[in-house]
Design a protein around this ligand. Structure first.
Ligand code: NZQ
Ligand code: ZN
Length: 392
């Protein structure tokens, strides 16, 4: 077991109808002027945005709105939001949406807190932020875990770079989580969300040591729970209890709980997906399932005990040898992805990169990680290119 620090400062208010309390809870946080930030049309169509705005009015909190955040949120929207927040004198950004809206809000928070600096310098690793305006959220999709993570991911549409950045400054102060809000999701988004949730724990699970029994059991329980409920939601999208299980798993899977004591985090599949997102604008969870099986087959020999443990305790399969068990575990997860209609190759994802594009993505991924990345196996640019080729 390695030493660790655990910091999860987000106040979570979870359950049916909690969004009606947005105003009073934000008032407790001292918010007076709020930028209400949202995505495309789902929050408008469902009436959620008006309900949240009415709750702010009731609490006497002034607010202005900015919608239009797209999946793989764009830097230009962040700049637009920062300008508006400054002009309005916002003291808090309220995200009504999923990971994309929350991440855009976090980036706006950074931009407003240090108005004289370019916010992209943070995502480009050219400087460390010193402050972030408080962010709160009403979550509408269980997936990215941004509601409790210290991460945000922004795409610079001028360069095609999608970059994640982690810092505790951006942790959400208050997360309102009503599982019922996620029942309007298209099945593809529900499945992609479940995939992303699984992946946040998988990325922490495959390491070369330090793994604690308690952390492992939490991680394994979370993965089994997500798979079980993803199948329930595939057949019964309105199932409240399954929605609730998956929503809470979204937060716990990416607030660091499922990796405590372990020897770092892998996150190569994520890094490689971010390149796909930057170049081809794919759905994050679907990009992950398209890459993971190839990543796993590329690295499993170097992390065999963990792949065997995963196969037995999470996928419930056994082979004729450790290697066979590991491979059966990988195949079983691949089958699970197929069963919820997630792609397991780039072709199924709808992307057919040329050799030149593969080399460009591998180079960018390695560069973004400082040249190398991975805890299951340390990978370099050439390894990443090979995994993209395997995933075709
Ligand atoms: O824009 P609207 O109309 O709201 O539609 C959204 C969007 O098209 C729709 N949606 C959301 N809630 C809905 C709904 N549709 C109907 N009913 C609802 N209740 O779903 C689509 C996807 O939304 P998005 O916010 O993009 O999903 P997600 O939460 O998966 O976020 C993905 C982004 O988060 C990043 C990803 O890379 C990607 O950019 N990530 C952020 C992380 C973090 N901050 O910690 C970690 C993750 O690994 C991930 O990288
Ligand atoms: Zn993710």
């Amino acid at each position: 077991m390695f030493d660790f620090q655990y910091y999860a400062p987000t106040r979570v208010v979870f359950g049916r109808g909690v969004e009606a309390r947005t105003g009073s809870l934000l008032k407790e946080l001292g918010a007076k002027r709020v930028l209400l930030h949202y995505g495309g049309s789902s929050a408008v169509r469902s009436g959620l945005l008006s309900r949240v705005a009415a709750s702010l009015d009731e609490a006497g909190i002034a607010h202005t709105q900015l919608g239009g955040v797209v999946p793989n949120p764009r830097l230009s929207k962040v700049r637009e939001g920062a300008k508006l927040a400054r002009e309005f004198g916002a003291d808090l950004i309220l995200a009504v949406g999923g990971g994309s809206v929350i991440d855009s809000s976090k980036a706006i928070g950074y931009a407003v807190a240090e108005p004289d600096r370019d916010v992209w310098e943070i995502y480009d690793r050219r400087r460390t932020p010193r402050a972030c305006l408080p962010v709160a959220c009403v979550l509408t999709i269980a997936a990215a875990g941004s509601e409790m993570s210290n991460s945000s991911v922004i795409t610079n549409e001028d360069t095609g770079e999608k970059r994640g950045y982690r810092n505790d400054l951006c942790r959400v102060k208050l997360a309102l989580m009503d599982p019922e809000l996620t029942t309007t999701l298209p099945p593809y988004q529900t499945a992609a969300g479940c995939t992303d949730i699984l992946m946040h724990t998988l990325e922490r699970y495959f390491t070369q040591g330090g793994n604690m029994e308690l952390t492992d059991q939490i991680a394994e329980g979370l993965m089994r729970t997500v798979m079980k409920n993803a199948l329930i939601l595939r057949d019964d999208p309105a199932n409240y209890d399954a929605r609730a299980e998956v929503m809470w798993a979204s937060s716990l899977s990416h607030n660091d709980l499922t990796g405590l004591g372990a020897n770092g985090m892998d996150f190569v599949s994520h890094g490689m997906e971010h390149e796909l997102g930057g170049m081809f604008d794919v759905t994050h969870g679907a990009g992950l399932s398209a890459v993971w099986p190839s990543w796993a087959r590329y690295v499993y020999r170097d992390c065999l005990p963990r792949f065997v443990k995963f196969a037995r305790t999470v996928m419930d399969v056994e082979g004729t040898s450790d290697e066979d068990t590991a491979l059966k575990g990988i195949a079983a997860l691949e089958d699970f992805f197929r069963s919820i209609h997630m792609p397991v190759t780039l072709k199924e994802l709808g992307v057919e990169p040329t050799e030149e594009q593969i080399l460009a993505m591998a180079a960018s991924c390695a560069r973004g990680a400082g040249g190398k990345k991975g805890t299951a196996k340390l990978l370099y640019e050439a390894d990443m290119a090979e995994i993209y080729r395997m995933a075709r």
